[in-house]
Design a protein around this ligand. Sequence first.
Ligand code: CMP
Length: 139
Amino acid sequence: MATNRTFTMIKPDAVGNGHMGSILNDIISAGFKIKAMKYIQLSQAQAEGFYAIHRERPFFKDLVSFMISGPIVAAILEKDNAVEDFRKLIGATDPSKAEEGTIRRKYAKSIDANAVHGSDSDENAEIEGNYFFSQFERF
Ligand code: CMP
């Protein structure tokens, strides 16, 4: 059954290009409530741990180097049907395939530098939120 939470990161490309505020505004305007948020730069070990599921994929090394190249925003978001609705808001992983008006279409340049992450299932939303936030850092 769908839960009402998802997890996101605003990635180093979007932060570096000055799109952090616009992306947060799009997220809030779409009806998501921020239940936890931090502005941090990941270590290599933290990025490798987060993306461990992709360890065997050919893009893993580049993905990790990119994700540690600058600060990110990590957040837990709440809304009815959060996982699915957030993935609609951000658009396809490859921004050239993302629909007009989606966050990736507006702010991303490539499949690597694709501006935002969004959990792909309720189970992963829980795991990913727990990876970044303790029970005292969310409400
Ligand atoms: P994200 O949703 O953060 O999850 C894994 C990331 O790997 C993905 O966004 C992309 O930025 C990146 N990536 C790079 N190449 C690929 C690919 N071929 N397929 C899926 N993800 C890719």
